[in-house]
Write a protein that binds this ligand. Structure first.
Ligand SMILES: *Cc1c(COP(=O)(O)O)cnc(C)c1O
Length: 382
């Protein structure tokens, strides 16, 4: 048997750090041909599994070729910031931004001379009020955590274009099944692939793709140069996850809508935040902008008894929503924003944001929905 002449249906895991060259001429071709002439040299720079992952995400997003896969979602943000900003530049974000992004930008990037400021999402669109001569990048999320505020993506993209500022969209909550930010005019789309792209809570990864080939190449170069590129096994797992992304997002969305409707009618629940509910402030916008009539798998709700004790009772009683402070797996989970994502946020600021002691966030999985509703019903009995 000749193992060099095998044709697997599925891309195998290329668990190798380096690739062989037959001659100096091949090496020369590798270094001098655009896109390395399709050759692989060293896995920090390119590996068939990471290349496949980036190409697949680029295809789903309608992006140019290029881009980067990183060892975590935040590695992708770092690559995107370094690809577009230098010391002395300014990044603008909504206040509702994911906590890990805030930490990277405000604690680490500031030390390198890249400053960030935050404004309420509802006011962000009036860019003239916030931008400075050195503003290079705007970062925003399609749906915010944990209250699922909805971004008006096309409006923000045209404001950024009018001022010549790059727009990076974090689409981790929505995936290309619910939103395609490049079609709005965004410059880059970023995913924590740890979440829905991987989808099984068993991999940490990030992917960033770009609207233009030059920015895609720049992202790839930065990822390679700072050494945050993804390992082959993790890329392979994420590619496997992508194969069921459409099926999963449909089921996450159907289940979450049913759960949101159930909770909205439950006497122990004061308020439900889910963009698929007509009562949600962003419902109309979500209906216009999210694809397929899907609203995703994330929702939050506040208990009538708005206390940490009541929240803890729910957490201890539920059987199908294990308390795990992440999201987007096929199996449901519950998180507690006050104690996790918004832990470091001052009390009065949390109150203003609506992050109260009785607020819980659900990541609704793809289980049989009747079983989820039954479990929620028993967990909410006082
Ligand atoms: C989890 C998450 C990230 C960060 O991704 P990691 O894979 O944890 O590094 C960024 N943005 C959002 C919206 C997330 O939920």
């Amino acid at each position: 048997m000749d193992i060099t002449n095998i044709h697997p249906k599925v891309t195998p895991i290329y668990q190798t750090s380096v690739f062989k060259f037959a001659s100096l001429a091949e090496l020369e071709e590798y270094y001098t041909t655009p896109d390395r002439g399709g050759r692989f040299g060293y896995s920090r720079s390119e590996n068939p599994n990471t290349t496949e992952l980036v190409a697949e995400v680029a295809r789903l997003e309608g992006a140019a070729s290029g881009g980067v896969a990183t060892g975590s979602g935040l590695g992708g943000l770092l690559a995107a910031v370094l690809a577009t900003c230098k010391a002395g530049d300014h990044v603008l974000c909504p206040e509702e931004l994911y906590g890990g992004s805030v930490v990277l930008l405000s604690h680490e990037m500031t030390r390198l001379g890249i400053e960030t400021s935050y404004v309420p999402l509802a006011e962000l669109y009036d860019l003239e009020r916030w931008i400075k001569p050195n503003t290079r990048l705007v970062l925003a999320e399609v749906l915010s955590n944990p209250l699922l505020t909805v971004l008006d993506g096309p409006r923000l993209a045209s404001a950024c274009q009018a001022h010549g500022i790059k727009l990076l969209i974090d689409s981790s909550f929505t995936t290309p099944m619910l939103s395609k930010p490049l079609s709005w005019g965004a410059d880059m789309v970023w995913h924590s692939a740890t979440k829905y792209l991987g989808g099984h809570s068993d991999v940490m990864a990030g992917v960033v793709v770009a609207a233009t080939p030059s920015l895609g190449r720049r992202l790839h170069a930065v990822g390679t140069n700072i050494g945050t590129t993804l390992a082959p096994m993790e890329a392979w797992l994420t590619v496997r996850g992508l194969k069921t992304l459409r099926l999963r997002m449909r089921q996450h969305s159907e289940n979450a809508l049913a759960v949101a409707q159930f909770l909205a009618k439950h006497p122990a629940v004061a308020q439900v935040y889910y963009p698929g509910l007509t009562s949600h402030g962003g419902h109309e916008l979500a209906r216009e902008q999210l694809l397929n009539g899907w609203f995703g798998g994330m929702l939050s709700f506040r208990l009538q008894d708005d206390s940490a004790e009541a929240a803890d009772r729910f957490i201890q009683r539920t059987r199908l929503f294990p308390f795990a402070p992440s999201l987007a797996g096929v199996a449901s989970s519950v998180s507690y924003p006050l104690g996790t994502s918004h832990r470091g946020v001052p009390d009065e600021r949390r109150q203003a944001l609506g992050i109260t002691p009785g607020l819980l966030r659900l990541s609704v999985g793809v289980e049989e929905v009747e079983e989820l509703l039954e479990d929620l019903g028993q967990a909410l009995v006082n």
